[in-house]
Design a protein around this ligand. Structure first.
Ligand SMILES: [Zn+2]
Length: 130
């Protein structure tokens, strides 16, 4: 069985290759399932009904056996035009939401900066204990 990850990313074409390259370089993943929305970080952090995204996540987890989620926010996001700090907060909220929905998955937050480099956004596990 191949190893899979699930990437919840913006639909912006500028971030696709940097993110896939970073994931492949840092994790032993054969394939990355990609789910996109304009401003995915905001959608996951703030939108109440995310059932259409979850439909894709379920295929990735249940059929493709993905074990790890990457949630991405990025610089100059036109689908979610807020400042970088706001993006990072939304990525953290999105990570927490997905960890609660899928406690057995590893869920990581990523930020693509103004040089199109990928940074890990740290989300303390203890945030879930409150
Ligand atoms: Zn975007």
């Amino acid at each position: 069985m191949d190893t899979r990850a699930t990437c919840l990313n913006c639909m912006d074409g500028r971030v696709q290759l940097p993110i896939l390259t970073w994931i492949k370089a840092n994790y032993p993943v054969d394939f990355v399932d990609v789910i996109t929305e304009a401003g995915m970080d905001r959608v996951l952090a703030e939108q109440e009904d995310i059932s259409e995204i979850i439909r894709s996540v379920e295929v990735s987890v249940k059929l493709n056996k993905s074990t790890r989620f990457f949630i991405v926010g990025h610089y100059d996001c036109r689908g979610n035009p807020i400042d970088d700090d706001g993006h990072r907060k939304q990525v953290i909220e999105a990570v927490k939401r997905l960890r609660q929905l899928y406690p057995s998955q590893e869920v990581l937050g990523l930020w693509v900066n103004n040089k199109w480099q990928v940074e890990l956004v740290c989300v303390p596990r203890s945030d879930l204990d409150v």
